[in-house]
Write a protein that binds this ligand. Structure first.
Ligand SMILES: [Zn+2]
Length: 275
């Protein structure tokens, strides 16, 4: 066990305190960590921030590494990542719905290094990523957390109309085949080298998309996700209001122009990255 207060000189902060609540930058703290696990974290952080358009962050907030409880935390071999703060940008994991592309970009690179990554859609992990190395890096169709990630990427990065439920089925495998063909990656996804390539390319595409401006369509997409979390009665009311806005002829013509340019941008980015 080793004691650290930074990773690759990025200060590690703790923000789960009354005077430093979740979502703030918190305060720097010492964490005990297994040395072998630290080496993997260092490699992961290096790769994420070498690729990230915002560069090196000023602070990463962590909810815990060595924690006196069963499982990988009990050995200092798991990391709970709350948020990342760059100079002019931040990613707070609880804000996934409004920052899906950046979130998926970071997670894609995390998954290249950690066999277990539990994210926003996995039960009890809305406010942090839990990462550990208790299983090898690969894609297993029966893994709920891995399938959730793949479905999130298919939907929010590649604009496939699919259900994000963590269950592998015909719809997901069909969309995987289409996207892998477009990215010139061999199938099946369960072959490690193919999966790693998907993670790498998806991470790079997501980060590239972060540099582009959010289009009104992305904002509408976020709004729809927020509506889906409302009670049934509230959903009806808000959806009715939103639909009358969307059905308006001028609104829909205006939105169509963004739809075309969105797909155009993605195609360009894919071509650049796989070239
Ligand atoms: Zn954890």
């Amino acid at each position: 066990m080793k004691t650290i207060n930074n990773i690759n000189n990025i200060p590690l902060h703790y923000a789960r305190l009354t005077n430093h609540p979740y979502g703030t930058k918190g305060e720097q703290r010492n964490f005990s960590i297994d040395e072998g696990f630290l080496t993997i974290l260092e490699a992961a952080f290096k790769e994420i921030f070498d690729n990230c358009p915002f560069g090196l962050p000023e602070i990463v907030t962590c909810a815990g590494i060595f924690v006196n409880k069963p499982g990988q935390h009990g050995h200092g071999k798991a990391f709970d990542l709350d948020a990342i703060f760059w100079q002019d940008e931040s990613l707070v994991t609880l804000n996934f719905i409004n920052q899906k592309v950046l979130y998926i970009g970071v997670e894609s690179f995390l998954r290249k290094h950690f066999g277990i990554v539990l994210n926003y859609l996995y039960p009890n992990h809305k406010d942090h990523w839990h990462i550990d190395t208790s299983v090898p890096v690969d894609y297993n169709q029966t893994s709920k957390s891995e399938t959730l990630y793949v479905q999130m990427a298919l939907k929010h990065i590649y604009h496939k109309e699919i259900l994000v439920d963590g269950l592998w089925g015909r719809q997901t495998s069909g969309a995987v085949n289409e996207v892998f063909a477009r990215l010139q990656i061999s199938t099946p996804i369960t072959t490690k080298v193919n999966y790693l390539k998907f993670l790498d390319i998806t991470g790079k595409i997501a980060f590239k998309l972060c540099e582009e401006k959010n289009s009104p369509l992305n904002l509408l997409d976020n709004l729809n996700d927020v509506i889906d979390d409302l009670s049934f009665q509230d959903q009806l009311t808000v959806k009715q209001a939103l639909n009358s806005f969307l059905d308006h002829q001028e609104t829909s013509e205006w939105l169509t122009t963004f739809d075309e340019s969105n797909h155009h941008d993605l195609d360009h980015i894919i071509d650049d990255i796989i070239a």
